[in-house]
Design a protein around this ligand. Structure first.
Ligand code: ZN
Length: 167
C-alpha cells in the first residue's frame, strides 16, 4: 500500500517532520492521514489494500470519497468489502474511487452495490453530452435515496450530467 504519508506516519500516531510540513502547507489533509492509517490497519483483512496507492480523501455531500490508483486491477467485490468496513468505522457512506478509471467505472464504483448493466454517451441537440447508465429496477429497491445521492456525486466528480435509466 502507498499513502500520502510515509510508513512511520502510517503506523504511529505522530507525524514525521516531512509529513508534518506537508500537512502544515496544506499538501495533505488530516482526513488523508486518518483514512490512510485506517486502510493500513485493515490490510490484514483485505488483500486488495496492498495494491492501493491512496491519493487523497475528500468529504463530498457527507460521503467520504477515497481516491486511489490501484497497482493491480481491482474487482468490485473487493472494493465493496473495503467500503463497507470503512463505513462502519467512519459512520458514513464511503466510496473508493479509481482516480484514472473510465467514467463508467467511476460511476459503477459510486453506485456499488447497484450494478450498471449498460452505459453510453448521448449527445444532445445543443451539442452537450450526457452519460446514460442503465440499472435494473429489481436492484434498486430500497436504495432510491442512495442512487440519487450517488448520481449527484458522480456529477460533481466527473463534471458530467448523468442520466439513470431504470429497466
Ligand atoms: Zn512521515
Amino acid at each position: 500500500m502507498k499513502a500520502p504519508v510515509c510508513n512511520f506516519c502510517l503506523t504511529n500516531s505522530i507525524l514525521c517532520i516531512n509529513d508534518q510540513n506537508k500537512l502544515d502547507e496544506g499538501k495533505i489533509s488530516q482526513l488523508d492521514i486518518e483514512v490512510s492509517r485506517t486502510l493500513y490497519k485493515l490490510q490484514k483483512k483485505h488483500k486488495a489494500i496492498d495494491a492501493l496507492n491512496v491519493i487523497k480523501a475528500e468529504e463530498v455531500d457527507s460521503t467520504l470519497l477515497v481516491f486511489v490508483n490501484p497497482l493491480r486491477p481491482l474487482n468490485f467485490n473487493e472494493i465493496k468489502a473495503i467500503n463497507d468496513d470503512l463505513k462502519q468505522i467512519f459512520g458514513r457512506e464511503v466510496r473508493i474511487i479509481e482516480q484514472n478509471a473510465s467514467k463508467s467505472r467511476v460511476i459503477q464504483e459510486l453506485l456499488l452495490p447497484i450494478k450498471i448493466v449498460a452505459h453510453s454517451s448521448v449527445w444532445l441537440p445543443d451539442g452537450s453530452q450526457i452519460f446514460k447508465i442503465t440499472v435494473k429496477s429489481s436492484e434498486i429497491k430500497g436504495l432510491e435515496k442512495l442512487i440519487e445521492s450517488m448520481k449527484n456525486l458522480a456529477k460533481s466528480v466527473l463534471k458530467t450530467e448523468i442520466f439513470i435509466d431504470i429497466t
